[in-house]
Design a protein around this ligand. Sequence first.
Ligand code: NAD
Ligand code: DAU
Length: 435
Amino acid sequence: MITQPSDPSTQHSTLSPQSSTLNPQHSTLNPQHSALSTQPSAPSPQSSTLSPQPSDLSPQSSVLRPHSLLITGGAGFIGSNFVHYWIKKYQEDRVVILDALTYAGNPANLEPVANHPQYRFVHGDIRDYDLVVNLLQEEKIDTIVHFAAESHVDRSIHGPDAFVDTNIIGTHTLLKAAKKVWLDRSSEKSESSLIAQSSVLSPPSSLCRFHHVSTDEVYGSLGLDDPAFSETTAYAPNSPYAASKAGSDYLVRSYFKTYGLPMTISNCSNNYGPYQFPEKLIPLLILNCLAGKSLPIYGDGLNIRDWLHVDDHCRGIDLVLKKGTVGQTYNIGGNCEKTNMEVVEAICRLMDELSPNKDSVPYSSLITYVKDRLGHDRRYAIDANLITSELGYAPAESFETGLRKTVEWYLANQDWCQNVMVGNYREWIEKNYED
Ligand code: NAD
Ligand code: DAU
């Protein structure tokens, strides 16, 4: 039986003054930091209680009650929805957000929760090893929920480098930092007294969790009659984005198998909902309707995605953190396959109802077929039987209810929309659609 960590508020109040402020310089990426890490040592006794034989690791059950979370990418779409979800549901938990505020990160996404007493935002890069180690120690982090990524397939086709840097190097930097703070601390004698002192207060590794948020795109593309992706489907990533996520998944797995780092992975289907950056299909279509611009559909519009409201994704991750098996991957999906044409038609119908065109011309008249995405995966579908049977997961929103709420959110948040449709966004639209 795993014991609960002590009250986090007590833990936080014991923080030394030195560790209570984070040097803002840390937010500047310093690639040298990752080279400073010491050679990995053998799994500590703590990790060996989790995993007696690293070479013989099998998934193990645990019930984890997170108390101090590091949420990477928390200013992005899913990350910010997860922060809202968590703060509302677990008011006493510490929620520390680490986000580099790339074009996709937006502090406005976090405004509704920014005054919560347990909230802290750190502007920094997941590739900054020293920053991450300091944060894990200073905040006594027991749970990392890793959303930070370059996430747009089309951008990965135009410029793959950032995807390798953030998704692979960045994930590896987080893993190294988690290993150092959670697993290596008792075996390293050469640490400074500050770090050693701080480490004493860190939670035991058996209560820690590295949860990696991944995607169904690692499994490649399905034919119309193929069975849906399960956790045992072989990886076959087709875009640089999908390949970089697959690489990060493998690294997370390897840190469990080799070192006993307590981790879980979730591979989820297409999300939609509030705060999604309008480079992605659903918000792009809503905002193009409002602007009277064409609704660009790649290829024949018959590519299929499995759509899931972002709140349901957050609930799935919550279940994995609370009840999931350490070392396990869980697929999360909406059981909601739609062709892109079905999606655009549904949005046009909702827009005709909720924000009719002033000339009463149906929005569907704006649908325009454009050149296809390179290597465009034909179909994704998720078999969510494992998370359903083991953890009792089921999506709460149907596509109809979720899409209606989403359209209503974009209509009610025009300021948010106008603020993100500037600079980088305009350049991107020009590059992707007007080439
Ligand atoms: P997003 O692009 O909206 O947000 C990404 C966030 O990560 C941004 O806030 C950005 O500033 C931050 N970030 C990027 N590079 C960083 C770095 N080096 N250091 C720190 N922060 C950095 O992405 P999203 O759609 O919210 O996706 C979140 C995660 O979920 C990703 O890992 C993605 O692969 C995965 N995922 C997304 C979907 C989806 O449909 N959107 C589905 C399945 C899985
Ligand atoms: O499946 C999970 C993935 O879903 C996540 O891992 C990614 O981070 C997320 O971006 C999303 O990837 P997709 O490529 O499926 O999403 P996107 O919204 O970019 O495109 C959805 C479908 O719509 C896809 O078949 C491409 C098509 N599309 C997209 C855009 C932006 C168009 O037809 N026109 C467009 O303008």
